[in-house]
Design a protein. Structure first.
Length: 241
């Protein structure tokens, strides 16, 4: 629930699949009214490309007009890198990742803050990644974009703290989503090897689930986290230790 007595209104970007969908379900189970922004069509969602500043602003205004003040925003929309080393990664591909993952985070957070500021409260959670602070080969664009998201959350927390708006970040490690699970369950020795290596490097001995990432995001937008801002909550089973 929000940090007021009103019913909570939340927006989740990238909420049509993967971690974003898990966050939508978790918030809805907790009683939030949840609006979904996603490029993919959704039944009750808003078809939004987070790179499109006008579309993002229009969608936020539409949610506010329908349900009133927005209490929480969880920004999960992003794209991944296919593992190309930097000398094989095109400048166009690098720019696309930065544009969607980092610039998109800025556009969404700024639009959310503009609506939250007049009410003196609100919580924004940006979904980053352990790749944002742990160097991995083949992740030059993705890692750079996610490192930027972590720092963006911290700076926004400083700038918006006086307005009553909290800004935090969640950084998952390797997370089991339906797409990844389907890939690793394919009859491929390479996929089995990747899964075994990933799990062996994690102190808990298993991958993170999308539901566990959703629980972290739900906590950060809840009143129980009312004194937490500028924090990067790492959910990786201890992999970054």
């Amino acid at each position: 629930m929000p940090e007021t007595d009103r019913p909570g209104t939340a927006v989740v970007t990238g909420g049509a699949s993967g971690i974003g969908a898990a966050i939508v379900n978790r918030l809805a189970e907790s009683g939030w009214r949840v609006a979904v922004f996603d490029r993919a069509s959704t039944t009750d969602g808003y078809p939004v490309d987070v790179r499109d500043e006008a579309a993002v602003t229009d969608a936020f205004n539409a949610v506010a007009a329908k349900w009133g003040p927005i209490d929480a925003v969880v920004h999960s929309a992003a794209i991944a890198q296919r593992g190309e080393p930097a000398d094989e990664l095109t400048t166009e591909a690098f720019r696309e990742l930065i544009d969607i993952n980092l610039v998109g985070s800025f556009i969404v957070a700024r639009a959310a803050a503009a609506l939250m500021r007049p009410h003196g409260s609100g919580s924004i959670v940006l979904i980053s990644s352990a790749s944002g602070f742990r160097a991995r080969a083949g992740m030059a664009a993705y890692g750079a974009s996610k490192a930027g998201v972590i720092q963006l959350a911290k700076i926004l927390a400083v700038e918006l703290g006086g307005t009553g708006i909290r800004v935090n970040c969640v950084s998952p490690g390797v997370t089991l989503t339906p797409l990844m699970l389907d890939s690793w369950q394919a009859e491929s020795p390479e996929h089995a090897f990747q899964l075994a290596n990933a799990q062996a490097a994690i102190p808990l001995g298993r991958l993170v689930t999308a539901a566990e990432v959703a629980d972290a995001a739900a906590y950060l937008v809840s009143p129980q986290a009312s004194a937490i801002t500028g924090h990067n909550l790492v959910i990786d089973g201890g992999r970054s230790l």
